[in-house]
Ligand binder design. Structure first.
Ligand code: BES
Ligand code: MN
Ligand code: ZN
Length: 464
């Protein structure tokens, strides 16, 4: 699908908007959709009419934007995504989006087009219907350009996260990271990681025949006034390890690198956005969690990069072990802020469901800023508590801590575990276990990866 700017309304489908209680920009739509059929214009609803040659376009698709006074960027994203889904359904090839009254929200409209168009049909013989081209009228070139970068970033993230584990291996993620332009990227393999004393990450990686890859990407422009590290959980497959998962829970565990996929999408977009006077690090400790002769075992005691010891209570709580070493590594870079994003706990899914991500951290102000940015970015984040009681559950008789506590409050216990590996830096942890990958369509998202975190983190680092 090509996205372009146009003012030529001679197209196959002209897509216009309608606010509730108001007329549209097209006479025909007012006569047929509004007056005859009472199309109200509730957010995301659509009405299709043929023009029979009365105007240049063959068809008009009216899409509801809700009430004018309530409209915002995310509503525009939703309306455009729904409109594009409708365009696909009627097998349209070309369309022009000609919205009135939302002139400064072009970025959000373009993002909506990418989301509505998305489908992972790479492995299907019969491909989905695809639009050739969508033109945008009345939006600024800059807004459309920015929307395109955000849309492409989400697309890349979703494609990587949707790939089977057989394809999206640690080695593959490392190759992709190395291929990105405008970044300084270093890949550490098993021997390097050993030298860096990442005993927790290495233990998780040991059971798999796929070699681990520790990925460090760096974007830098000008004289950095702020330095941020972004860490993505990169479990290319999580079988649970020796504490093997039941089949039904293991089925979608190729998605356990969604955090890593998010960071790859974000880092690749930075070169195109060129935010100034900032340094951004993208860090992924990629590996697989597998049982096998070399696998780490319940009862093992691991030493993380900061010297703290961990009793392995459950090999399925592996993400926090890989993140522990990645957090230590990030803190050693002496950055101002660290954000990690991870499909970390089933408990977070139980608590918040599949539309809302959990947020924890060690700095209230930073937590608030991340949640606020998410709100503006079309994502829903919710703060989960961090109290000493959650840490108490991780007490070990033989090491500094265990890697799991009780099932209850599991998302917060995981947060308290991660906190042990954060030193002298503002830090936020985002649990996307429920939101990164959908087992059935939800809102404007189809089955599979949603690109959770991409819009929020891109907005966060470019507006920092
Ligand atoms: N990758 C899982 C968490 C997860 C669950 C992600 C559901 C997406 C959907 C994580 O590694 C895990 O297995 N967590 C365990 C921790 C437990 C052993 C303390 C869990 O949540 O059950
Ligand atoms: Mn696990
Ligand atoms: Zn996992």
């Amino acid at each position: 699908m090509d996205i372009k700017i146009t003012s030529d309304l001679n197209t196959e489908v002209l897509v216009i908007n309608k606010f509730e209680g108001e007329q549209t920009s097209q006479e025909l739509a007012n006569t047929y959709a509004v007056e005859k059929d009472n199309f109200e214009g509730k957010l995301g609803t659509t009405y299709l009419l043929h023009t029979y040659g009365k105007i240049q376009a063959d068809k008009i698709l009216v899409v509801g934007l809700g009430k004018r006074e309530e409209v915002d960027g995310n509503k525009v994203t939703e309306a455009v995504a729904k409109a594009v889904k409708k365009l696909k359904q009627i097998k349209a090839k070309r369309a022009v989006i000609d919205f009135d009254g939302v002139g400064n929200l072009g970025k959000y409209a373009v993002i909506g087009a990418y989301i509505g168009d998305y489908n992972f049909d790479k492995y299907k013989t019969e491909k989905d219907h695809r639009l050739d081209e969508i033109g945008f009228n009345k939006f600024s070139e800059n807004d459309v350009k920015e929307g395109r970068v955000f849309g492409e970033a989400m697309l890349l993230t979703r494609n990587i996260a949707n790939e089977p584990a057989e394809y999206a291996t640690p080695t593959k993620l490392a190759q992709m990271a190395s291929s990105f332009e405008g970044l300084e990227t270093k890949i550490y393999d098993r021997e390097d990681v050993k030298k860096m004393d990442m005993g927790a990450y290495l233990a998780v990686a040991r059971g798999s025949a796929e070699p681990p890859k520790f990925i460090h990407m760096k974007y830098s422009n000008g004289n950095p006034k702020k330095r941020i590290a972004l860490i993505g959980k990169g479990l290319c497959f999580d079988s649970g390890g020796m504490d093997l998962k039941p089949a039904s829970s293991m089925l979608t565990m190729r998605d356990d690198m969604s955090g890593a996929a998010c960071i790859l999408g974000v880092m690749n977009a930075l070169n195109k956005l060129q935010p100034a006077d900032i340094e951004i690090h993208g860090i992924i400790a990629a590996c697989e969690n597998m049982p096998g002769q070399h696998a780490y075992k319940p009862g093992d005691i691991l030493t993380a990069k900061n010297g703290k010891t961990i009793e392995v209570d459950n090999t399925d709580a592996e993400g926090r072990l890989t993140l522990a070493d990645a957090l230590c590594y990030a803190c050693e870079l002496k950055v101002d802020e660290v954000i990690d994003i991870a499909t970390l706990t089933g408990a977070c899914v139980v608590a918040l469901g599949t539309a809302v991500s959990g947020v924890m951290g060690n700095d209230e102000d930073m937590i608030k800023r991340v949640i606020e940015t998410a709100k503006l970015s079309g994502e829903k984040y919710w703060e989960l508590p961090m109290y000493q009681e959650y840490r108490d559950g991780l007490k070990s008789e033989i090491a500094d801590m265990k890697n799991t506590g009780t099932r209850n409050g599991g998302a917060s216990a995981a947060g308290m575990f991660l906190k042990e590996f954060v030193s002298d830096v503002k830090w936020v942890h985002i649990d996307v276990a429920g939101t990164a990958f959908l087992e059935k369509p939800q809102g404007i998202f189809c089955y599979g990866s949603t690109g959770a975190g991409v819009r929020t983190l891109l907005n966060y680092v470019t507006k920092a």
